[in-house]
Design a protein around this ligand. Structure first.
Ligand SMILES: NC(=O)c1ccc[n+]([C@@H]2O[C@H](COP(=O)([O-])OP(=O)(O)OC[C@H]3O[C@@H](n4cnc5c(N)ncnc54)[C@H](O)[C@@H]3O)[C@@H](O)[C@H]2O)c1
Ligand SMILES: [Zn+2]
Length: 248
C-alpha cells in the first residue's frame, strides 16, 4: 500500500476513535533531541538494562551519574516535538479521550499539554536520598546532575541521591500500571509509539486491548506486535502522526 493511502487510512481510524490509549517509548522523544538506547546512534553503547540496573547503581553510582549527565542535559533542553503535539491535538481539537502510558522519564507529554499521562518508569524531575528518604526536585540539584559526579544529599546527610526513575529490579508504580491496563482494555484504538516492546510489563500493555480495538504501531524498527496491528509504520512518529491527525 502506498504511504499516502496508509496515512489516509490512519486518519480514518483516528476519526472514528473515541477512546485512545497510547503506549510510548524512547522513540517518541528522539525527535526532541533525547537519544534512545536501542538505536545505533543511541546514547553511547549502553543499553537501558545496564544503565538503569538497581544493583549496578547501588554498587557504582559514579558510573550511573557519569552516563546520565548528558541524558539529563538533553532532557532539560528538550521541547515536545510534532508527535507529542499531535497527540495533544487529538484531545484538544478533536475531543478524543486520550490516555498516555509512557516509558519515558522526560516529562514531554505533560509539557505538550496531554492531560492524562501515566509514567510507568517514573520521572527524572525529582530524586530521593537513599539514606534518609528525603525527596529533592532535580532543579535544586541541577549543577550536581550536570557535573557527572555522584549526587549527594548535601549539606545534610550526604546520602547518595537516586533519581525517581524505576530501575530494573524495582517495582513499577502500581497505580500508573493499573490505570494504564484499564485504559488499554477500554480503548477502541491503541497507539504504540516509539517503543521496541522489549521491556515488560510495559510491553504487555497493548495486548490487553479489547478484541474489537484497532492497533496502530509507529516504530522505526519491527516490534513483536507488528503482525497483529491494523497498520504499522516503520517510520518517524514526527512525520506520520501529525500527517494522520491533519487528515482527520
Ligand atoms: N526520552 C526518555 O525519557 C528516555 C530516553 C532513553 C531511555 N529511556 C528509558 O529507557 C527505557 C528503554 O529505552 P530504549 O531506548 O531501549 O527504548 P525502546 O525499547 O522503547 O526503543 C525505542 C524504539 O523507538 C524507535 N524509534 C526511535 N526514534 C524513532 C522515531 N523518531 N520515530 C519512530 N520510532 C523511533 C527505535 O527504532 C526503537 O525501536 C525507556 O523505557 C525509558 O525508561 C527514556
Ligand atoms: Zn538524606
Amino acid at each position: 500500500m502506498e504511504k499516502t493511502e496508509k496515512i489516509a487510512q490512519f486518519s480514518e481510524i483516528l476519526r472514528k476513535a473515541k477512546k485512545i490509549a497510547v503506549l510510548s517509548g524512547a522513540g517518541m522523544s528522539t525527535e526532541s533531541g533525547i537519544p534512545d538506547f536501542r538505536s545505533s546512534n543511541g546514547l553511547y553503547s549502553y543499553t537501558s538494562e545496564e544503565v538503569f540496573d538497581l544493583g549496578n547503581f547501588l554498587r557504582k553510582p559514579e558510573s550511573f551519574y557519569e552516563i546520565i549527565a548528558p541524558l539529563y542535559d538533553s532532557i532539560m533542553k528538550s521541547e515536545p516535538n510534532a508527535g507529542h503535539l499531535a497527540l495533544h491535538e487529538l484531545e484538544e481539537k478533536y475531543g478524543k479521550s486520550v490516555v498516555v502510558a509512557t516509558q519515558n522519564i522526560d516529562g514531554l507529554h505533560q509539557k505538550a499539554g496531554s492531560r492524562i499521562v501515566h509514567e510507568l518508569h517514573g520521572g527524572m524531575l525529582s530524586l530521593t536520598c537513599q539514606k534518609c528518604g528525603g525527596q529533592v526536585p532535580a532543579s535544586a540539584l541541577d549543577a550536581q546532575l550536570r557535573s557527572g559526579k555522584v549526587v549527594r544529599h548535601e549539606p545534610t546527610c550526604m546520602g547518595v541521591m537516586k533519581p525517581d526513575i524505576v530501575f530494573y529490579g524495582e517495582m513499577l508504580p502500581q497505580d500508573a500500571l493499573m490505570s494504564s491496563y484499564k485504559a488499554m482494555t477500554q480503548a477502541d484504538l491503541v497507539l504504540v509509539l516509539g517503543t521496541s516492546l522489549a521491556v515488560y510489563p510495559a510491553a504487555g500493555l497493548p495486548t490487553e486491548r479489547s478484541r474489537d480495538a484497532e492497533l496502530v504501531i509507529i516504530n522505526r524498527t519491527a516490534t513483536p506486535l507488528d503482525g497483529e496491528a491494523t497498520l504499522v509504520f516503520h517510520e518517524s512518529i514526527g512525520e506520520i502522526l501529525p500527517a494522520a491527525v491533519k487528515g482527520i
